[in-house]
Structures are given as C-alpha cells and as structure tokens.
Design a protein around this ligand. Structure first.
Ligand SMILES: Cc1cc2nc3c(=O)[nH]c(=O)nc-3n(C[C@H](O)[C@H](O)[C@H](O)COP(=O)(O)O)c2cc1C
Length: 203
C-alpha cells in the first residue's frame, strides 16, 4: 500500500488495470484504531489483486474547505486527484459526539471540487464505510451518516458496513486485529467493494 500516493497507471489498457481503491479516514490520534481498521481492509483488497492508496492522519488534516477560495494545498490536490482516479472508496470515521468527525467530513467536503468533472463527485463508485466508537450507539449512528454522505456523492454504499465498538477487545497489545467477527466483516467489505468496482470509463 502506498500511503497518500496516486497509484493509477493511466497508460495501461483498461483491461489490464486492477481496480484502485482509495481509503480515506482515521483520526489524528497516534495509533488510531479507525486507521488500523481501514488499513486492514485495504490489505484485504490488495490480497485480492486490487491497488490501494491510503489518505489518513496529516494527509487529511486539511484547511477548512472554502468553496470560494481556489487555493488548494498539495495534500488537498493529492487527495482529490486520487479520488478522481479511484474505482472505489473506503472511508473510515470515528464516532465523535455521535457523529462523523470534523476531520473526515472536512476532507470529504473537498469532493465538491469534483462537481464539474466528467465523472461528477464519486458517480457510480462503490463506497465502503467503517466506523469506530466507544459504544454501539455512536458506531452505528455514524455508519448511517457515512452511508448518507456516499449517496449524496452519487456513490454506492456497499451492502455491508463495518461498525466497530472500541469498548470491546478488538485489538491485541501489538495492534493486531484479534476479533474474528470484525476480521470477517472487513474482509467481506473488501470483497464487496471489489466486486462492484469497475474501471472508470467502462460503464
Ligand atoms: C472528541 C471525541 C468525541 C467522542 N465521542 C464519542 C461518542 O459520542 N460516542 C462514543 O461511543 N465514543 C466517542 N468517542 C470515542 C471514540 O469514538 C473512540 O475512542 C474511537 O475508537 C476513536 O478512534 P481512534 O482510535 O481512531 O482515534 C469520542 C472521542 C473523542 C476524542
């Protein structure tokens, strides 16, 4: 996985391209569990032949999105370019006060820069959702919000979404995912995203 890099090989014929799945999310906390879950899912994508790019931490710590200011930081440009190239997107957010975090929402607001693209927003792209919160209420509520944002961006939320209750023992002390239920859900999310991902321009 190449963090924050755009990995699409535009010179390759469409039939030879493996789907590019862009992951976006996590928190600014060191060793963010949301980022860990996102990485776990992206590794599952790679094991199945997909290409991935991850945007997390400082890569999504972007200035507050201003639709009237055309100036964009290099990080913002890289994110939007990757989302343009993406065949699918997986987004991971913590539940903060019962909702998607400001960090992740602000990064997603930059999709507005794609409103006049030939592919408007994330039109027709699979949209996988992962949430982490210290309780089911915020984890599940935030998952619903992420799905709604996907709809607004013209993406297709996958049938499965993964809500993780951080109050449970999900990870071991080394940060390895030990909950087999969550493992299975993240694997299934990778499968569903890849199943419905189509190279841009073939639909
Ligand atoms: C500002 C803030 C608000 C939070 N609000 C909630 C909340 O409303 N409900 C909840 O269950 N957990 C809440 N949490 C806990 C986080 O959702 C939880 O610890 C999550 O796993 C953090 O993700 P991370 O490990 O990726 O940083 C909050 C944490 C922070 C820092």
């Amino acid at each position: 996985m190449t963090a924050g890099s755009t990995m699409t090989d535009r010179k390759a014929p469409e039939t030879e391209r493996q789907p590019l799945v862009v992951g976006l999310g996590g928190t600014l906390r060191a060793d963010s569990s949301t980022e860990r879950a996102l990485r776990h899912c992206l590794y599952a994508v790679e094991r199945r032949g997909g290409r991935t790019a991850l945007f997390s931490g400082e890569q999504i710590n972007l200035p507050m999105y201003n639709p009237q200011d055309p100036v964009r930081t290099p990080e913002a440009v890289a994110l939007v370019e990757a989302l343009r190239a993406a065949d699918a997107v997986i987004v991971g957010s913590p539940g903060y006060h019962g909702a998607i975090s400001g960090l992740v929402k602000n990064a997603l607001d930059y999709v507005e820069d794609m409103r006049t693209d030939p592919t408007v927003y994330l039109d027709n792209k699979p949209w996988g959702c992962i949430t982490c919160a210290y309780g089911w209420q915020a984890a599940v509520g935030t998952l619903g919000q992420l799905r709604g944002i996907g709809h607004a961006l013209r993406a297709w939320p996958t049938p499965i979404g993964v809500a993780i209750n951080s109050a449970d023992k999900i990870w071991d002390d080394a940060g390895v995912l030990i909950d087999t239920g969550v493992q299975g859900q993240l694997e299934l999310l990778a499968v569903q995203v890849l199943t419905s991902a189509k190279p841009i321009g073939t639909i």
